[in-house]
Design a binder for this molecule. Structure first.
Ligand code: GDP
Length: 465
């Protein structure tokens, strides 16, 4: 049977721009997060031609979390839920049965998936770690054109002596062209601030584990629908520009986190360094990581059928790691153009100029090209790791219980038939449970082994080249 080529997808209706410009952005910005997120989401859905049309930021529903700090509430009336446009989805196609006799209809599957995921919305959690003053908040605000840190209070010197690291979670709902993204930024104020900061890493690791545990519990529960995914999908780790390489404290944290979360290293305040210094610092950092057998987030190989521009962009992104970034919340006018930059007596650092910083590369990577891969790696590698450990612990616990039951049954000897048969029944039940868990464990270990082998092969081929 000859198949007709699938009909072209219906174009998305272009909604009119919201008045006021720069929704969700700092004052003076006329474009930004809307286009960033549109590009990001459209690239998640395989659409590379997204253009920003409208966006609105809605209050996040954070009722169940006291740490959540909903920034949208401080954004004024233009962000009120009622004022946002309703989601726009491409309408499903109705095949014309008379004309297209050979048309089966499965060519619309991508559209069906697209519609469903757009309806469901997307979630992404980003953790930022690094000592105070490295420009973390400024960078996050620059990336997402928001003001997540309005009411921040800086600790004084005495407070810092005893200061402990905390976890602060802020959520914002961004909506654009009918696509909703719930972005959660997990900050760790106080990290590395105390005189003795040996344990700063503990807060980060236990937060990440706690989110995995919650997801594992939800997933094993009766109601598996609408599970909220709070797992950390990416950790931006800020390295100061004034060191010669990674410090012991950085290595300690990265070593403890690299198997739990996708770590992306960022050199903060890179405008303190000239080009050569940036290059040298990047080289030393990469060398340190290699010497310490630390594996940060691995960029997936670019498919051979991708177009040349994409391949080039992928190569440039990989070559820029760790990203040397500059952040700014100020919009300046340079040669008649509005740019996000930092004004110095000798000139302007344009945050978005690739000659000045890797800000655009980081933004492209994080939002437009690799957001979905970061989520997939979290699910397929880090969470699977955690799950395998959990199941192994549960099965060990069950084994201990079984031994205890056996001992109890022997000690209550020659007892009553009824009691023995009850014990036997429990033993059989436990045996069955253990067998199931061991099967699952073997399967997961096999899967992990294969992923590991594939990664090794990949690394080998990279070294061969
Ligand atoms: P955080 O404590 O890590 O969140 O740091 P902040 O974002 O609050 O920034 C601390 C100070 O550094 C502020 O005065 C910022 O204006 C400034 N700053 C932020 N980013 C940069 C940057 O890229 N370069 C320079 N030179 N200063 C920056």
């Amino acid at each position: 049977m000859k198949h007709q080529p699938p009909p072209p997808p219906l174009p998305l209706t272009q909604p009119p721009s919201l008045s006021g410009g720069g929704v969700g952005g700092v004052s003076g910005s006329s474009s930004g997060s809307s286009s960033i997120v549109a590009n990001a989401i459209s690239s998640l859905n395989g659409n590379n031609s997204a253009t920003s049309s409208s966006s609105c930021i809605q209050p996040a529903n954070n009722n169940n979390n006291n740490h959540n700090n909903n920034i949208s509430s401080s954004r004024g009336s233009s962000f009120e839920a009622g004022k946002c446009r309703p989601p726009l989805y491409p309408k499903p196609k109705t095949p014309s049965f008379d004309k297209d006799r050979d048309y089966i209809g499965f060519a619309t599957l991508p559209e069906q998936v697209h519609r469903k995921s757009v309806k469901r919305g997307f979630e992404f959690t980003l953790m930022v770690v690094g000592e105070s003053g490295l420009g973390k908040s400024t960078l996050i605000n620059s990336l997402f054109l928001g003001d997540l840190y309005k009411n921040r209070q800086m600790p004084n010197v005495e407070e810092r002596i005893e200061k402990t690291t905390r976890v602060e979670k802020k959520t914002m709902d961004i909506e654009e062209r009918g696509v909703r993204l719930r972005l959660t930024v997990v900050d760790t104020p106080g990290f590395g601030d105390a005189i003795n900061c040996e344990d700063s890493w503990r807060v980060c690791t236990s937060y990440i584990d706690e989110q995995f545990r919650q997801y594992f519990t939800d997933e094993s529960g009766l109601n598996r629908r609408n599970i909220q995914d709070n797992r950390v999908h990416c950790c931006l780790y800020f390295v100061p520009p004034w060191g010669h390489s990674l410090r012991q404290m950085d290595l300690d944290l990265i070593r403890r986190l690299h198997r739990k979360v996708n770590i992306v290293l960022v050199i903060g305040k890179a405008d303190c360094l000239n080009k050569q210094e940036v290059r040298k610092l990047k080289e030393r950092i990469l060398q340190d990581l290699e010497d310490n057998h630390i594996q940060l987030y691995q960029f997936p190989e670019c498919d051979s059928d991708e177009d040349d521009d994409f391949k080039q962009q992928d190569r440039e992104l990989k070559a820029s790691i760790p990203f040397a970034v500059v952040g700014s919340n100020t919009i300046l006018e340079v040669a008649g153009k509005k740019v996000r930059g930092r004004q110095y007596p000798w000139g302007v650092v344009n945050v978005e100029d690739p000659e000045h910083s890797d800000f655009i590369k980081l933004r492209t990577f994080l939002i437009s090209t690799h957001m979905q891969d970061l989520k997939d790696t979290t699910q397929d590698v880090h969470y699977e790791n955690f799950r395998a450990q959990c199941i192994s612990q549960i099965s060990q616990h069950a084994l201990r219980e079984r031994g205890k039951l056996k001992r109890d049954s022997i000690s209550s000897t020659n007892g009553f038939d009824a009691a023995i048969s009850e014990t036997d029944r429990l033993l059989l039940q436990k045996d069955e449970e253990i067998r199931r868990m061991q099967d699952m464990l073997t399967q997961m270990q096999e899967k992990l082994k294969q992923t590991h082998l594939m990664e090794m092969k990949k690394n080998d081929s990279v070294i061969d080249v």
